[in-house]
Unconditional design. Sequence first.
Lengths: 146, 146
Amino acid sequence: MSAEDTFTSSFAFQVGKLGQFATDRFAERVAPLGLRPRHCGVLGVLRAGQPAQLDLASALGVSNSVVVNMLDELEELGAVRRVRETEDRRRQRVELTALGRTLARKATRLAHELDRDLLASLDDAQTATLRDAFRALAKEHGLPGG
Amino acid sequence: MSAEDTFTSSFAFQVGKLGQFATDRFAERVAPLGLRPRHCGVLGVLRAGQPAQLDLASALGVSNSVVVNMLDELEELGAVRRVRETEDRRRQRVELTALGRTLARKATRLAHELDRDLLASLDDAQTATLRDAFRALAKEHGLPGG
DNA sequence: TATTGTTATACTCTATAACTATA
DNA sequence: TATAGTTATAGAGTATAACAATA
């Protein structure tokens, strides 16, 4: 049995494991901010605009009820604000507060610090290739959140 | 705000998303075999030996009760067999059946087919760099299952 | 007493569907 | 009727702790 005949040597398996690992490490680092990883996705989207809740759900690739729950938590934390629209009172714009902007900035910094730690053992060329490849793959496969 | 100042541009975020995506696609492909991704990790370890259940848990990086549950399912499927050891009757060796070996082989083939589909848009040099980098990262960070 | 494995329980994350209010 | 959002519920996956059998 050659090394390539093992399940665990597949890219699919390894990217799954590394993805879980990276998410777990990120969770540890943002926990002191009162955030979990999924909250950071929300804050990221809200930095770019003030979508309605359903728009947020499709941008993040999660269900509506998950968005409601995350916004409840972020609102309690004081990071976001729901604003009822006057033209159509069913809709609510979601916007960042000043605290939310600060948290988004901090979470972004933590993510990039984690990147440095995760990729510390690779040389610059490898790192550059990896980043390019991941942008291409995210686009290729239509992954949400990016 | 530059592209590098966004949370979603971080490697940590992107590898998390791609890992989830790869795992979901793999789940779809092994479902017809009656397997879920975590079962394939078990089968992979069992190809290399016949560990006791606790050894299996640490090899996979999951809790003991999860191993019990997975083995129940794999045993019902006829893929593995628990063999009580005579020297120490608390322990049970876990071994693959003939069906289990066949399933392990099929799952491995599906994983590598998925690799080809996932990485189809990358050129050979990028793919090689990616594979090398992932082996290095898995080792560096002590990820289980490899 | 310590260890192997099992069971009970609980927690997180997620989706679906029933519901409320507005349109 | 249809849509935005909410709530209720259920399922997958995980871990911890209490437990049984054996050492």
